[in-house]
Structure formats: structure tokens, C-alpha cells
Design a protein around this ligand. Structure first.
Ligand SMILES: [Zn+2]
Length: 74
């Protein structure tokens, strides 16, 4: 969706991006990777306005942070 601009479920191009947030005490759509909210990684959502399908994406420069803090599933 982020790349194609189209919903994979219904084919609609009516997509909105909702930016992830890190609020006080870690509220909002994010992943906490450390002990404090300062190490939280924001999770951005792409939502199809047609059928309600949603995808979640993490910014590329945040992926390293997650890689370093979580164990990869193999
Ligand atoms: Zn859709």
C-alpha cells in the first residue's frame, strides 16, 4: 500500500497515512525498544478508506534500532 498506493484487498487508491506517535508514558502507535519512551519507534499506518484494511510500516532509519533490540525470528 505504501509502495503501490493501492489497497491489496479491494484495489482502491483511497489510502490515508496516519503517522505513529509517541505520547507521554508511551501512548500512541509505537514500539518501545528501551526502558524509556525516548527509545520508542513510531509505527505509521496506511489505511484504506474503502474497506478499512490497514498496513503498518516503520521508518527505515528506525529499523536498525528494532533489529538491535529485538531478537529476529528465524
Ligand atoms: Zn481496501
Amino acid at each position: 500500500m505504501k509502495i503501490s498506493g493501492k489497497c491489496p484487498k479491494c484495489g482502491s487508491s483511497d489510502i490515508v497515512r496516519v503517522n505513529g506517535e509517541v505520547g507521554p508514558s508511551g501512548s500512541g502507535n509505537n514500539i518501545i525498544i528501551g526502558k524509556t519512551i525516548f527509545s520508542a519507534v513510531k509505527v505509521n499506518r496506511y489505511i484504506c478508506c474503502e474497506c478499512g484494511y490497514a498496513e503498518e510500516w516503520i521508518d527505515k532509519n528506525d529499523i536498525e534500532k528494532i533489529k538491535n533490540s529485538k531478537k529476529a525470528i528465524r
